[in-house]
Design a binder for this molecule. Structure first.
Ligand code: COA
Length: 152
């Protein structure tokens, strides 16, 4: 199976936050950001595998700064590691205040997706070609996460 670089599957998704994403004070729910991260991460995994992919795990997520209604949230999703059928994706979340132009780092999160066939069984994913020093550093960090990630 032909390999792919992280650049070939990178996804950047952006969306302005709506009142339905937030509480009564205008603060966007963490869950709305998590769903968006899952969508962008899944798109990168599917682009890499060109098959169905399901979310197997979502690592710890800390929210570093609040996001408000009207902010433009951007998720940049990048494949960091590929096992046999699993694909780890790093998602970086930023929020831009449209009026001031100030961009804040909201969160960074790692998710594991698994490439599956139509019956839901794991299938091999294309290998990841590490092109840059950054790709290699991300792979090594992903290997460390994989070694300690709980699975039950
Ligand atoms: C993910 C799923 C397909 C794995 O099936 P499985 O029978 O456990 O598969 P395996 O044990 O052969 O593992 C397959 C791969 O998934 C990885 N994996 C499975 N569960 C994992 C977990 N909780 N965390 C991280 N990786 C996981 C394995 O490490 C393995 O990776 P590799 O092929 O790169 O070595 C299955 O558990 C599933 O369908 N879960 C529900 C997914 C889903 O619907 N998510 C949406 C939210 S409901």
């Amino acid at each position: 199976m032909e390999g792919k670089t992280p650049a070939q599957s990178r996804v950047i998704m952006a969306r302005a936050m709506q009142p339905t994403d937030a509480n009564g004070y205008g603060n966007v729910h963490g869950g709305a950001i998590m769903r968006f991260v899952d969508e962008a991460g899944g798109a990168a995994a599917i682009r890499h595998a060109r098959s169905r992919c399901v979310t197997a795990a979502v690592d710890h997520m800390s929210f570093k700064a609040p996001v408000h209604i009207g902010d433009l949230v951007t998720v940049t999703a990048c494949v960091t590691y590929v096992g046999r059928s699993s694909i780890e994706v790093e998602c970086q979340v930023h929020a831009e205040n449209f009026i001031t132009g100030v961009v804040t780092h909201t969160a960074t999160c790692h998710l594991v997706f698994v490439a599956i066939d139509e019956a839901g069984n794991p299938i091999p994913a294309p290998p990841l070609i590490l092109e840059t020093d950054e790709d290699r550093e991300r792979w090594e960090a992903a290997e460390r996460r994989r070694a300690t990630r709980p699975r039950d």
